[in-house]
Design a protein around this ligand. Structure first.
Ligand SMILES: *Cc1c(COP(=O)(O)O)cnc(C)c1O
Length: 409
């Protein structure tokens, strides 16, 4: 028998695309709440309250708005289970994550024969893939043109593609879906809790998925927010879908959503964790008290500070997401991105390379919304670059960063 030593994990500076640095209040709820089963009244009350707070955070009246236990891809699996074999879908990938979502869609839209022909990477005839290059946004014109040509049942896009740090045209996507009578599905994993937007302003989108670990900052509990319009729920009721645990209608029961209405007495779906519910609830309380708009403004403000600092180090920033900077290293260090990231990570500074070509460096600021925290990130990144032989004056970069904050204050 092998019993390993107790698992120790060091405290690192999580400065990547996600997960973000979890608020101590969220961790405290996780550790301090009493044990209670999944039908105990306060656990259920927590779920009902979290559901209402989630609707507020997401700016929606959609009754079918709740959390799917798991990570971002668990929520996406629930939402994408709308797609049945042979459904016609147009997907608009422009990076790593929308690429994985597109694979999920191809798996769900494939017929039995198409799935068997290439089970890990099926190529169903009913799915059209419209690629946009890494680092470029999906535009409304691209979507409009493709939907006019292919006339699908579904269209799919990521709101913010975290692989390249790119914001896609959500309004253009929604408008094109409405214009062509297509039901839009959106991966909003990295925008919820960072951007200031209302789901209900995009009526062409019938289903949304997000995650616990990015803008919502609730890593230990792992609830992936999802939201469906009544139209999407009607489609599921009429046609069904091939999952129990991620079934959009059945999963909603435990959150007190039954027959399209909020009810006070939820029904069992799976054994939800009291710890998870309490920490998710706390994370939502924190965001809503901070204010969604205030938070969005703060992300933009601090992203600009870090952007100027890395540009001062000679890097070229190619992203436009407020929680994430994606950059090219200066000429001399080009090609050494992975080495630089590995060096930084071995020092407990958790930055990331891109996961698909071309190789770039990604630095995130989730829950790092103070001058001190941005200073720390800039300083550690400067050290990592200097250790690789970069040539710039760190002191000058750091004092420029200080004056950015001094001017604003
Ligand atoms: C992070 C991310 C995902 C995956 O989320 P997990 O929590 O790792 O499952 C999916 N889509 C986008 C856009 C993301 O940024």
């Amino acid at each position: 028998m092998t019993v390993f030593p107790q698992l120790e994990i060091p405290e690192t500076l999580a400065a990547g695309p996600g997960p973000g640095n979890t608020d101590p209040r969220v961790l405290e709820r996780f550790a301090k709440i009493g044990v209670a089963d999944h039908m105990q009244k306060d656990v259920l009350r927590g779920m009902l309250e979290a559901k209402l707070m989630l609707r507020e955070l997401w700016g929606t009246k959609n009754v079918y708005t709740y959390g799917v236990a798991g990570t971002g891809f668990s929520g996406l699996d629930c939402v994408l289970s709308l797609v049945l074999p042979a459904d016609k879908v147009v997907v608009f990938p422009n990076g790593t994550f929308s690429g994985i979502d597109s694979l999920t869609i191809r798996m769900k839209a494939a017929t039995a024969e198409e799935l068997a022909a290439d089970s890990l990477n099926p190529q169903p005839a009913s799915v059209v893939t419209v690629e946009t290059a890494h680092g470029k946004p999906v535009t409304g014109e691209t979507v409009d043109k493709a939907l006019a040509e292919h006339k699908p049942m579904w269209a799919f896009m990521a709101h913010w593609e975290t692989g390249s740090g790119r914001i896609n045209d959500l309004k253009g996507f929604s408008d094109a879906c409405l214009k062509h009578g297509v039901m839009g599905i959106v991966d909003a994993v990295s925008s919820l809790g960072v951007g200031d937007f209302n789901i209900d302003d995009y009526p062409g989108v019938v289903a949304w998925a997000s995650c616990p670990q990015k803008g919502v900052l609730a890593l230990p509990l792992t609830y992936a927010p999802v939201s469906f319009t009544d139209k999407a729920i009607d489609v599921i009721k009429a046609r069904g879908c091939r999952t129990y645990v991620h079934h959009p209608v059945l999963d909603a029961r435990h959150w007190g959503i039954i027959d399209g209405k909020d009810v006070e007495t939820p029904g069992y779906h799976q054994t939800h964790s009291c710890y998870a519910v309490a920490s998710f609830h706390e994370a939502l309380r924190i965001i809503l008290s901070y204010g969604r708009a205030a938070k969005a403004t703060d992300y933009m403000y601090h992203e600009k500070a870090l952007r100027q600092a890395v540009e001062g180090m000679g890097c070229e920033v190619t992203s436009d997401m407020p929680s994430l900077i994606v950059l090219n290293l200066p000429g001399k260090l080009a090609g050494k991105e992975k080495e630089l990231v590995q060096g930084a990570r071995s020092q407990g500074f958790g930055i990331w390379p891109t996961l698909s070509e071309p190789v770039q460096v990604r630095i995130g600021i989730l829950n790092q919304l103070s001058a001190e925290q941005i200073d720390e990130i800039a300083s550690r990144f400067a050290d990592a670059m200097l250790a690789m032989g970069a040539e710039f004056d760190k002191q000058q970069v750091m004092s420029q960063l200080k004056s950015y904050y001094a001017k604003a204050a």
